[in-house]
Design a protein around this ligand. Sequence first.
Ligand code: ASP
Length: 334
Amino acid sequence: MKVLIIYTGGTIGMVRTENGYAPKEGYFRAALEAIPAMHAEEMPEWELLEMSPLLDSSNMTVVEWNKIAKLVAENYERYDGFVVLHGTDTMAYTASALSFMLKNLGKPVVLTGSQIPLCEVRSDGRDNIITSVLIAAGGRVHEVCLYFGGSLLRGNRATKYSADGLVAFVSPNYPALAEAGIEIRYRRSALLPKPEGKFELRLLESVPIGVIKVFPGIQFSLFESIMTEKLRGIVIETFGAGNIPGDGNALLPIIRRAFANGTVLTVCSQCPQGAVSLGTYETSNALKQAGAISGFDITTEAAVAKLYYLFSCGYDKGRIKELMEQDLRGELTI
Ligand code: ASP
């Protein structure tokens, strides 16, 4: 078994600098080699590829998603699995994007990182890397996933939950794919089946996407021009099961105009757990009537990534609306 580790940056490989933690080119390989367990007999063969420049994941864009996805695709036949070392801040976005970009993925792609850098004695990076490499070599999963703090989560179901806890990610609407205790225990019923089709890569375009979070007293008119002219895809984070303030009627004509202009608007919930159900309350009916689509229980991260993906596939807005409401990679429950 052979695993390719793709190091993109993030806290895991950062060192102390005068301006706080930052990645340092050329440092990480020696730090990884210095972990005795990485050379243990039980470990698979592994190789490291360092991306340049190394990034704090706050600086990740579609360009870097494309680079990572290309590295996986170019090396797909030569390795049994992939580990992507990544900053935690936007790891759930990258995991979601990769899940759409890597179609018919038949091998594990595991994203991980750490809250404490490897250069510190209490680093959580060691277990995160070692377990991720073992999962990547295990051949049990055929999807993009995220391992952190003892749990293996579906990548497009994960969301960063804690800014300083070592269990930094949760998957509020889907069970963990595996738990790593004394043994790594997989939840077989939660795993995606091995795909039958041929593996395919879809690169993404930098489509203008926006996220709007509603709050009491929101003045929708202030968002009118960006919603109707500038954005092609919008994720609207509503209250509860898809509700917007009563004055949401102001939103109705805006959404209609936005849709007429080719913009696709998906409704997500501000509640991490549970699903959007448009039309259950009067306050969500306006959205439904105007042509907004339900994101069901999708995370905002996955909704953003899915919009990028569907627009990059070149579909028209009608098809994008249809596919946003379908489960493509296990990202939502209908
Ligand atoms: N700012 C860092 C990053 O996302 C945080 C981390 O890695 O935990 O790159």
